[in-house]
Design a protein around this ligand. Structure first.
Ligand SMILES: C=CC1=C(C)c2cc3[nH]c(cc4nc(cc5[nH]c(cc1n2)c(C)c5CCC(=O)O)C(CCC(=O)O)=C4C)c(C)c3C=C
Ligand code: FE2
Ligand code: FE2
Length: 370
């Protein structure tokens, strides 16, 4: 069969809501071959690298995939098992899934299933959607865990959902969450995490809000990501009552030679000590879960740049991960986006019709055989 369906589907079962949590992905293990597989899938995505194929293919296949996998594997080994066995991003995503499943099961009127899909690597988006289908979800809310919309992340996650559904016989109803960069619960949770940090470690001279970067070209082509990062930054600073010189937004994880959106996190941290800023705290509000880019790049690499340049006190404030206030905020976001998807009662009639249709088809077949 070209399209997947459930031959034994039981009409009349309760309407189940599916919530599909999506994140970027992670290699299966921190080895060079696993990284090569993962990076090939990731960096072949035209949403991530917006270059003509003839130009990008040789760079990716002849240069990057021969050099980067070993380096990235070493970086992943440094963070592997950091939050329990395996990839931090996947471990934390599973905790978020469980926390949301518990909350939504207790709060929602009807049955609900929460699944996790990774845009690259495993569990794939197709696997996660199949899990929801097997649980009987006919309505799916797609929630990419990127607070700020970027074509490279959010739109690419939606692409993966549409691609997977191309093979389905009975498509679910879909709703897509674009972003939640100014959501009150999200901002309150970020502010609470900073206040807790300050209570324990003191007020930094500057709070660096470091977001993952994207090429400058994408901003100039109309991607709202840069603006949404700044909106989050400003609203967070307002909540914390910070003066303009007590915080700044920077962009990290530059990849390739092209110019990315600025200021760069690493260059900023190298330059702050000479301006008399010796105590900083870094928060990464664009990452809903800690991962290589926060634990290794911000927690370790950039700490080195700051202290080598004469900085004295450097702290990384962890991502919201599975904090209660984060999961409460996401549960509220899910409630808001699923409003109007109430139980409906048309299914008994459909069940009836299904049974009748199948017996008629059988009878006709029998008749033809006689
Ligand atoms: C949070 C939002 C993210 C944006 C926007 C984003 C854009 C983007 N990323 C790359 C290249 C790489 N990113 C890598 C890892 C990575 N990126 C994000 C998030 C965003 N990326 C996350 C959460 C992670 C970590 C995954 C993990 O398992 O921990 C990597 C792989 C790691 C490495 O080899 O360094 C690359 C490569 C581009 C080119 C891009 C925008 C166009
Ligand atoms: Fe990235
Ligand atoms: Fe902007």
């Amino acid at each position: 069969m070209q399209y997947q369906g459930e031959a034994d589907y039981r009409h009349g079962s309760a309407e189940r809501l599916g919530v599909l949590l999506l994140n970027l992905g992670t290699p299966d293990e921190p080895s060079t071959p696993a990284l090569r597989r993962y990076l090939k899938q990731f960096l072949s995505d035209p949403r991530v690298i917006e270059l003509p194929k003839w130009k990008w293919w040789p760079i990716l296949n002849l240069i990057i995939l021969n050099t980067r996998p070993a380096k990235s594997a070493a970086a992943y080994r440094a963070v592997w098992d950091h939050f329990g066995p395996g990839s931090p991003l996947l471990t934390i995503s599973r905790e978020q899934q469980k926390g949301l499943q518990d909350r939504l099961s207790a709060q929602m009127a009807g049955p609900v299933s929460v699944a996790v899909g990774m845009r690259y690597g495993n569990p794939s988006v197709a696997q996660a959607l199949a899990e929801l289908r097997d649980a009987g979800a006919r309505r799916v809310l797609v929630l990419p865990l990127y607070p700020q919309y970027a074509a490279a992340t959010t739109a690419s996650s939606f692409d993966a959902v549409f691609d997977a559904l191309k093979t389905w016989r009975w498509m679910p109803e879909l709703r897509l969450v674009n972003h939640y960069h100014r959501d009150t619960g999200y901002l309150d949770a970020l502010a609470a995490s900073v206040r807790e940090h300050v209570a324990e470690h003191g007020q930094p001279q500057k709070l660096i809000m470091s977001f993952h970067g994207v090429p400058q070209r994408y901003l100039m082509s109309g991607d709202p990501y840069h603006c949404e990062c700044h909106v989050t930054g400003r609203l967070l600073a307002e909540r914390l009552g910070l003066a303009d010189d007590q915080w700044m937004v920077t962009f990290q994880s530059r990849f390739g030679r092209e110019e990315w959106i600025k200021p760069y996190t690493d260059e900023t941290l190298k330059s702050l000590p000479e301006q008399g800023i010796k105590h900083v705290a870094v928060i990464c509000p664009g990452f809903s879960a800690d991962c290589l880019e926060t634990i290794e790049e911000i927690g370790q690499e950039n700490r080195g740049y700051f202290t080598e340049a004469g900085g004295e006190t450097y702290h990384y404030i962890p991502a919201l991960n599975a904090r209660d206030d984060h999961l409460d905020a996401l549960a509220r976001l899910i409630h808001r986006h699923t409003q109007g998807w109430v139980e409906h009662s048309g299914f008994d009639a459909l069940a009836d019709q299904h049974e009748r249709g199948i017996s008629q088809a059988r009878a006709l077949k029998l008749g033809a055989a006689q």
